[in-house]
Design a protein around this ligand. Structure first.
Ligand code: GAL
Length: 660
């Protein structure tokens, strides 16, 4: 069956029956309980290699045959995973090269997961073989609806094979060592290379300060992993190319460029683990919900269609410093949030708690007690029932008119460069803040890369777009010219994609934002960093707001100055500006500032651009509003009651769905 033919939301999760093969009564319970909980999908085989190929060349699929058949007989779909997230001990013993080498150049010993060398021909051969066998055996199985490749790929290997592949990758990218030297600015500290063979992957005990090299290694490794996943895709689709393929993504910054990977996948899927109830202010879950919202908007925009929530925790996680239980109602609310933001499923890690090893206390639908008489099981049953009630929303998607740029390459470069602040987490958190200011304005938002098609949107916000790819400036110009509203902030348009600064000459000076001075009507002259105990200030529409961390000294030419700095030697200079260019408007925010200001400014930007709000009300603290398929989801992420309108009041952690 094709995914799109499934009328109901998928509800289920990772199921590891291979851990219970000696307990047939447990497996019988599982099926009964799944049906009771409204489970209609399981993800099988994620880490099952040693159960499928216990010895090299000896394949034992019989248990999996039985489970696949049982699932089908009971109306439960299967997402079948390739086992390449972890490998059996025999493999590492016989072929140590399948293990990664660390950045310190020390080869890893057997253990853990997702720590294989993607350059290893043996690793590739073994994975292809087992994937093809799975495809041969199950590609036509009626329970199978999707392939799941590996599991949350991340990290990098630094072995000699990878170094050789890296040099080839560089050769292809730059063509000549001279061009590489130019892009790397390698006369700095006498780093001029004479041959590609002299280049090594970065290392803390070697090179980390040639930023272009570090960026390139990250890009190379991400390309290597994408190539590996494409190999897996080809292998599983060998016997039936109609079965769609996904891999579970989990962290926008895990080392794998999802914005590139998305092109190789049929379906986007995401694992979401907010730290519910651990914020400082225990009365609000806004921060957690907005963090989850950001990645959902990212996952949905990656594929341009609904995504799948592949993993979430039904009760208590085990990987955090403080592992708190989900409070009553939070499981239903957080599941509905995923749906509101475009998920076509609610899936869990995991169905049944393992009895041993590191995740034995990680929350599951069924606890060690094996009972259905638990709060968690009742919560899961309720989600199952509610998902059935709203099946008519499945497959729909709402067009977002506003977008925020979170660009993988830009973030990589921001975190490596050494300006404004050394706090790496600062940069991603800034993008999140701008995103939240839009979210609070109650519009649907896409989170996109700078390579996305801008013409789909009326408003685009680009916080700290430090790195411009070759056509970015031209795209922004065209977007504004044709009527779009583009907001750019401080620290934008400084470097090219190799982290090489744009520069000028006496006769042709170049000021940031690169090649867009006429569009924004601003020229950035200098950039001041602000100590943690200092601030500057400006006024916008009669209200005073503070500026922190970074204030640019901006000269304007043709732009309307919306706010001026009030303090320090640059008092009177422009802090926020707006300029009409062609049919549209270009806004520039020259400093890091308060959330309240961003909310107000974006309110005005959206109004001017004619982007209407889902509900025409101001932000109600902790209440999230999203639209999907002609329905409005109102979700209260406070444990206290919130009055949304004269007629709508939401109790703590309550939600409602209204027809538009
Ligand atoms: C995910 C992972 C699962 C499991 C889970 C625990 O990141 O994909 O295999 O480890 O975390 O939270």
């Amino acid at each position: 069956m094709e995914l799109k033919e499934i009328k109901e939301f998928l509800h289920g999760g990772d199921y590891n029956p291979d851990q219970w093969l000696d307990r047939p009564e447990v497996l019988q319970d599982d099926i009964r309980l799944m049906k009771q909980a409204g489970v209609n999908v399981v993800t099988l085989g994620v880490f099952s290699w040693s159960s499928i190929e216990p010895k090299e060349g000896v394949f034992t699929f019989e248990w999996l045959d039985r489970i696949m058949d049982q699932m089908y007989e009971n109306g439960i779909h299967v997402i079948l995973s390739t086992p390449s997230g972890a490998r059996p001990p025999w493999m590492a013993q016989k072929y140590p090269e399948v293990m990664r080498t660390g950045e310190n150049r020390v080869p890893m010993l057997y253990g853990g997961r997702e720590n294989h060398c993607e350059s290893s021909p043996i690793w590739r051969e073994k994975v292809r073989l087992i994937d093809e066998k799975l495809s041969e055996r199950y590609a036509e199985h009626p329970a199978l609806i999707m392939w799941h490749l590996s599991n949350e790929m991340y990290g990098r290997c630094y072995c000699e094979k990878c170094a050789r592949n890296f040099r080839k990758w560089l050769q292809k990218k730059y063509g000549s060592i001279e061009e590489l030297n130019r892009q790397y600015w390698s006369s700095f500290w006498s780093h001029k290379y004479t041959d590609f063979s002299e280049i090594n992957p970065p290392a803390r005990h070697g090179e980390t300060q040639q930023h272009a090299l570090v960026l390139d290694y990250h890009r190379f490794y991400s390309d290597l992993q994408i190539d590996f996943l494409e190999m897996e895709k080809e292998a599983v689709q060998k016997y039936n190319p109609r079965i769609p393929v996904t891999t579970n993504m989990f962290n926008v910054n895990c080392g794998l460029n999802y914005q590139k990977l998305a092109k190789s996948l049929d379906v986007m899927s995401w694992d979401s683990y907010p730290r519910w109830h651990c914020q400082k202010d225990k009365s609000t879950e806004w921060e957690n919900a907005a963090g989850a919202g950001f990645v959902f908007d990212y996952a949905r925009a990656l594929g341009g269609k609904p995504f799948y929530l592949m993993e979430s925790v039904p009760s208590v996680p085990s990987q955090f410093e403080v592992c708190k239980l989900k409070r009553p109602k939070m499981h239903l609310l957080s599941s509905m949030q995923a749906v509101a933001f475009g998920s076509d499923s609610v899936q869990y890690f995991q169905w049944r708690k393992s009895n041993g090893a590191v995740e034995k206390f990680h929350g599951a639908v069924i606890d060690h007690n094996g009972s259905a008489d638990t709060r968690v099981f009742r919560d899961v049953c309720e989600v199952g029932a509610r998902l059935k009630d709203i099946s008519f929303i499945k497959g729909t998607q709402e067009k977002a008119r506003a977008a925020v740029i979170y660009d993988y390459d830009n973030m990589l470069a921001l975190q490596e460069q050494s300006g404004i602040t050394r706090k790496k987490e600062f940069f991603a958190s800034q993008i999140q803040r701008h995103y939240e200011a839009l979210l609070k304005n109650y519009v649907n938002v896409d989170v996109i890369s700078q390579e996305a098609d801008f013409s789909r949107y009326q408003v685009i916000i680009a916080p700290l777009l430090y790195l411009f790819k070759s056509d970015t400036a031209a795209k922004i110009r065209e977007f504004v010219e044709k009527g779009g509203s583009f907001v750019m902030t401080y620290y934008s348009g400084l470097v090219n994609e190799n982290d090489l600064c744009f520069s000028g000459t006496l006769s042709d000076p170049v000021f940031p934002p690169y090649s867009l001075n006429d569009v924004f009507g601003v020229r950035v002259m200098e950039t001041d960093a602000i100590c943690d105990d200092e601030y500057n200030e400006f006024t916008y529409k009669g209200e005073d707001y503070k500026a922190f961390t970074c204030c640019e000294l901006v000269e304007t030419d043709g732009a309307e100055v919306l706010s001026k700095y009030k303090l320090d030697f640059y008092q009177g200079m422009c802090g926020v500006s707006k300029k009409q260019y062609g049919e549209g408007f270009a806004y520039y925010i020259a400093c890091n500032t308060e959330d309240a200001f961003l909310y107000e400014l974006y309110r005005d930007v959206l109004d001017q651009a004619g982007v209407s709000r889902i509900l025409d009300i101001g932000y109600v603290k902790d209440v999230m509003i999203r639209e999907r398929g002609g329905y409005i989801f109102l979700m209260n992420f406070s444990r206290e009651t919130r009055t949304v309108t004269e007629t709508i009041t939401l109790g703590g952690y309550d939600y409602i769905i209204l027809q538009k």
